[in-house]
Design a protein around this ligand. Structure first.
Ligand SMILES: O=c1ccn([C@@H]2O[C@H](COP(=O)(O)O)[C@@H](O)[C@H]2O)c(=O)[nH]1
Length: 274
């Protein structure tokens, strides 16, 4: 998917909501456990109930890898279902990969070719040759971790190295890499106050912003400092949407939560004249 198609979808749906498909078999409704593939059945119901207000789905691969081969099959079935039934929706493999060049090429093939995701999250700290293999895929997007939502972000990312804050160095340096137009960045919603500085370095790049909902980040603060005139944000909520209920009404409850977030996004976009 091109960035233009993503922007079109955002304007059409008046939404920049990303729903995180972080499926934990201990949290899903009990009646689904009797089905052949409970993870897929859960995801399908969530996607069918929320796609009208959602522009991206973000399965975190950890939640599938934890179930071994069966989990990986459920992930593949999920992405195939989204791509077939809702091809306009952007897909993100939250895998946080990155390795020496030839290994990164194999990671990129796994997510872009075999799984056919639109994007994958990548850790930047092995540097240019670990990221460029992802960037070479046309109409695919690499989402580099910049300033993460967790407390541990303060251990390294906000520290100064040679007079430059590390996350700022990640942003500045990565802009010089080959095909850097295919780059997006992760910035946690819990770090909204940093978004002004981040936008000085990457004024137009899309930012994937996890951390609203369960982690307590504020949607309005994120938009105040991080929104561009084409929105430029994909704001993620995982647990806050998908576990709104663990009863038989789980999909309907997820729909209600997703629609609430979309309504707030629509209001913010309208106020900004988008
Ligand atoms: O900085 C980061 C990077 C990734 N994540 C991931 O996003 C979701 C958030 O889930 P919630 O349930 O909405 O808290 C999850 O997959 C994280 O691994 C993040 O939270 N922060």
């Amino acid at each position: 998917m091109t960035t233009e198609q993503l922007v079109e979808q955002i304007k059409h749906k008046k939404s920049f909501l990303t729903v995180g498909l972080d499926v934990d078999l201990n949290k899903i409704p009990k009646h689904l456990l009797a089905t052949e593939d409970p993870i897929f059945e859960f995801n399908k119901a969530i996607v069918d109930a929320t796609h009208h207000v959602t522009v991206a789905y973000k399965p975190n691969t950890a939640f599938y890898e934890a179930y071994g081969i069966d989990g990986w099959k459920s992930l593949k079935k999920t992405i195939e279902y989204i791509n077939d039934a809702y091809p306009e929706v952007f897909t993100i493999a939250d895998a946080k990969r990155g390795d020496i060049g030839n290994t990164s090429t194999m990671y990129a093939k796994a997510f872009f070719e075999d799984m056919n995701f639109d994007s994958v999250t990548v850790a930047p700290y092995m540097g240019k040759d670990s990221v460029e293999p992802f960037l070479s895929f046309e109409d695919k997007h690499t989402i580099l971790l910049a300033l993460t939502s967790n407390q541990g972000a303060f251990d390294f990312q906000t520290k100064e190295v040679d007079g430059v804050t590390l996350y700022k160095r990640v942003l500045e340096t990565s802009k010089e890499w080959k095909n850097s137009e295919n780059l997006m960045y992760v910035v946690g919603a819990t770090k909204a106050e940093y978004l002004g500085d981040i936008r000085k370095i990457v004024p137009n790049s899309f930012l994937l912003v996890p951390g609203v909902g369960a982690q307590g980040g504020s949607l309005s603060e994120v938009c105040k400092y991080g929104m561009t005139n084409e929105v430029g944000l994909l704001v993620n909520s995982s647990r806050g949407v998908i576990y709104a209920s663990n009863g038989e009404d789980f999909a309907q409850a997820a729909c209600i939560e997703a629609e609430k977030l979309q309504q707030q996004m629509k209001d913010i976009m309208t106020d900004a004249g988008i």
